[in-house]
Design a protein around this ligand. Structure first.
Ligand SMILES: Cc1cc2nc3c(=O)[nH]c(=O)nc-3n(C[C@H](O)[C@H](O)[C@H](O)COP(=O)(O)OP(=O)(O)OC[C@H]3O[C@@H](n4cnc5c(N)ncnc54)[C@H](O)[C@@H]3O)c2cc1C
Length: 257
């Protein structure tokens, strides 16, 4: 089954066109050459992306089983946050303001400050097997999984931390309000991508309707009808200038398709 997704509406950065996306409704391995998407909060999609697939609503669930929390791969961060708050569970406070689905969060090892999704993950379910976290290679904003994440299992710890949730929420107040895909680049070791982009004169720089935000230089924002090519130009320009000036190779956090 396929459904048409208009990425100029669906993706958080509001760039892209209408694309037929394969809907995965049962547990199968990632179809050859396909790219699995979640809720497109970390994607920059061209008008001719590779074949795409997405999990159906069947994988949108969350429940407790003994001392474990079982979450489907298509479950949105907001739902996980609300569930954790309602049931007084800790370690999910940052998800109130971090958009994504469980599959995307795990693949990106998404998080804020020292809280990252892999910290408390116990295992994932893919088409081939259940994989324990100890057997997954992961780090800052990456997790080496080549298959679809259908489910994640977390150990339950009691004590939702309201103060922490407020802290994360307050951190968001300084972020650009325009559509974006979050941080464009990963922070290089002991430095900040935003600082480097600013140093090379690209903070606030606009090409068409795409721009590096004048609030937070590592956010590429859509000021209206930004096109894929405009966003890509700025990304390449930032990489070139930062490398020429500092010898630092910026690595994209967003996935360009
Ligand atoms: C305003 C804003 C703020 C943000 N702030 C943060 C932040 O503070 N910290 C942070 O870490 N991120 C942040 N992000 C980025 C984004 O929220 C995360 O990367 C999130 O994990 C993306 O989830 P998604 O479901 O939208 O994944 P997508 O963007 O759709 O995909 C991202 C990656 O996950 C993979 N993927 C998706 N679903 C699955 C699946 N079921 N199985 C296997 N792989 C899958 C995709 O193949 C792709 O490689 C922000 C984004 C926005 C728009």
């Amino acid at each position: 089954m396929y459904k048409e997704i208009d990425f100029s509406r669906f993706s958080s950065i509001k760039i892209g066109s209408k694309v037929k996306v394969k809907v995965i409704d049962e547990i199968i391995s990632l179809p050859k050459n396909f790219f699995i998407i979640g809720s497109a909060n970390n994607l920059l999609i061209s008008s001719s992306p590779p074949p795409l697939c997405i999990l159906s609503k069947k994988f949108d669930y969350i429940y407790q089983k003994e001392d474990r929390l079982i979450i489907g791969g298509a479950t949105k961060s907001g739902r996980i946050f609300s569930f954790a708050k309602r049931h007084n569970l800790k370690n999910f406070e940052y998800l109130g303001k971090l958009p994504g689905t469980l599959g995307g969060l795990i693949k990106m090892n998404a998080g804020m400050k020292e809280d990252e999704i892999l910290n408390t993950l116990e295992e994932i379910k893919t088409s081939k097997s259940v994989i324990k976290k100890e057997n997954i290679s992961y780090g800052y904003r990456y997790c080496e999984i080549d298959d679809i994440v259908y489910e994640g299992v977390f150990k339950i710890q009691k004590g939702f931390d309201e103060k922490k949730a407020k802290l994360f929420s307050d951190m968001r107040k300084n972020q650009p309000k325009e559509p974006s895909a979050g941080s464009v680049f990963k922070n290089p070791k002991n430095d900040f991508a935003g600082r480097l982009i600013e140093e090379v004169g690209l903070k606030g720089q606009r090409v068409g309707d795409a721009a590096f935000s004048d609030i937070h230089a590592n956010f590429l924002v859509n000021l209206g009808q930004a096109k894929f090519e405009e966003a890509l130009f700025l990304i390449k320009e930032a990489k070139r200038r930062v490398f020429e000036k500092f010898g630092t190779s910026l690595e994209e956090e967003i996935k360009i398709l």
